[in-house]
Design a protein around this ligand. Structure first.
Ligand SMILES: Cc1cc2nc3c(=O)[nH]c(=O)nc-3n(C[C@H](O)[C@H](O)[C@H](O)COP(=O)(O)OP(=O)(O)OC[C@H]3O[C@@H](n4cnc5c(N)ncnc54)[C@H](O)[C@@H]3O)c2cc1C
Length: 441
């Protein structure tokens, strides 16, 4: 057992789980793959907006890591430090601190949200990066609509009904589209709220939406969103966020009680702690994804700056590239183990897609452009394929199909436990403008 050589992967996201799956098929004893991640599941980030829009339940955007792997050893731990000299990963587990020795170490720990990008964003805006964020936003949206029902001041009703999304990239477009469709379908359960009182705006500092995708898809997304009443504001950079709305950098103030931020990432704190070469907050890598200047350290996914040999450009931080990098890294690692040459990272994007609302999307696959329902179905098929186990795939497929034909779920789920039920601190939380005693007619 002492001769075992560990290949340790830190991070159980798209990159880490794909790498573990691919290595399992290639690596033989004395090598063993260990996947360390702080959550027991992988989050399908591109589907988080659908949790906000209540099109799907939170359990459906996550997949248990243990069901995705076979021979890999999974350890649920937060990596707190790495001893590069003695090749040991230090982690914090449910059973206490743990040390994991490695022969090869792969960084696949993604990035974090950067709320410091715009003054006031940290205090007043809601980030969308984790499942918890998506559930919180969904609850907040339902609280706002419920509060409008009870308010009498028209200006306050309008402010409560204005949802501002900062960022016109993947996540901004996805969440703004889902939110608009969600509000539209939830409205019939709130007879005292009119359609005109609810508005979704998306602020994008660039000249078009979805800069990660070809220009035609960005235009098509903007057209689809405008048609559904979403205010698409291009060249609009948020300069400040406060409790009542957003100030743009030309001084204009946009009144809106709920601000969702989808911009800005910062490096995982581990990056700085490692003292390894970085550029743009990402780990610098060589052509074969080895960390620059290191022999047995590798990096993939959003935390790494990887040049694509196809066009010489840095690979974009997308799920598709994270998966492609991980598949190639598995080949490179097994080449190193077998004493063969590694290959530079090389990937031609097969296509790009994004959702723009419930049952709507834009896609360009193998040169073919799609929009609306076909693009959305393709997008769903892609993520369904990546879900582990047939049983899980089937369950999600049935539930997705169900939600296509039946009305939206407007449950505002609060996590109140029996011991908290009579505690005033756990009563319905106050939101913007709340607090006055009112007579209900
Ligand atoms: C809201 C949203 C929408 C998106 N939409 C799209 C889209 O439509 N299309 C697209 O292609 N891409 C999209 N993306 C981007 C895509 O999700 C990322 O590019 C992809 O997830 C990167 O994969 P990764 O494995 O590098 O990182 P991640 O998926 O972020 O995984 C990182 C993992 O590392 C773990 N971790 C972090 N720190 C530690 C630590 N200290 N110890 C142990 N484990 C740790 C985390 O728990 C996590 O499991 C979206 C992202 C977001 C947030």
């Amino acid at each position: 057992m002492n001769d075992t050589k560990n290949i340790v992967i830190i991070g159980g996201g798209f990159a880490g789980t794909t790498l573990a799956q691919a290595l399992e098929r290639r690596v033989r004893e004395p090598y063993r793959v260990i996947l360390v991640s702080q959550e027991s599941y992988t989050t399908f980030n591109p589907m988080l907006a659908e949790v906000v829009g209540a099109s799907i339940f939170p359990e459906q955007v996550i997949a248990p890591i243990r069901q995705m792997i076979d021979k890999t050893r999974f350890i649920m731990a937060t990596v707190t430090g790495i001893d590069l000299e003695h090749r040991i990963v230090h982690g914090s587990t449910l059973a206490g601190p743990a040390d994991i020795p490695y022969e090869h170490l792969i960084f696949a720990f993604g990035t974090r949200a950067n709320l410091a990008l715009v003054p006031g964003m940290e205090q007043h805006a809601l980030p969308l990066k984790l499942v918890g964020d998506a559930m919180f936003i969904r609850n907040r949206v339902l609280q706002r609509v419920a509060q409008i029902e009870l308010e009498t001041d028209p200006a306050l009703r309008r402010r409560l009904g204005h949802f501002i999304v900062i960022g016109g990239g993947f996540s901004g477009v996805e969440v703004a589209g889902e939110l608009a469709d969600f509000l539209k379908s939830a409205l019939r359960y709130y007879p005292r709220v009119s359609r005109e009182e609810l508005q979704v705006s998306i602020l994008q500092d660039g000249e078009r939406l979805l800069p990660e995708l070809p220009e035609c898809l960005g235009r098509s997304a903007a057209a689809s969103m405008s048609k559904r009443g979403i205010a698409v504001r291009l060249k609009s950079r948020a300069a400040k966020v406060d409790g009542g709305g957003v100030t743009l950098n030309d001084g204009e103030y946009i009144d809106g009680a709920t601000v969702i931020c989808t911009i800005g990432t910062r490096p995982n704190p581990l990056v700085a702690a490692l003292g390894l070469p970085t550029q743009r907050g990402k780990l610098e890598t060589e052509a074969d994804m080895r960390v620059a200047g290191m022999q047995n350290l590798w990096a993939v996914g959003d935390c790494a700056l990887i040049r694509n040999a196809v066009d010489g450009q840095f690979a974009p931080p997308t799920a598709q590239f994270a998966v492609a990098e991980a598949e190639q890294l598995a080949r490179n690692l097994s080449a190193v183990i077998l004493g063969r040459d590694t290959q530079p990272f090389w990937h031609t994007a097969k296509g790009q897609m994004a959702t723009t609302g419930h049952m709507k999307g834009v896609a360009q696959v193998y040169g073919l452009r799609l929009s609306g329902l076909p693009a959305w179905l393709l997008w769903r098929a892609f993520y369904l394929m990546r879900m582990p186990t047939l049983g899980r795939k089937l369950r999600i497929f049935v539930e997705w199909t169900w939600s296509m034909f039946f009305s939206t779920d407007i449950t505002h789920l609060r996590f109140t436990r029996t011991s908290e039920a009579d505690d005033p601190a756990h009563a319905v939380p106050l939101t913007a403008g709340a607090g006055l005693r009112r007579r209900i007619h």
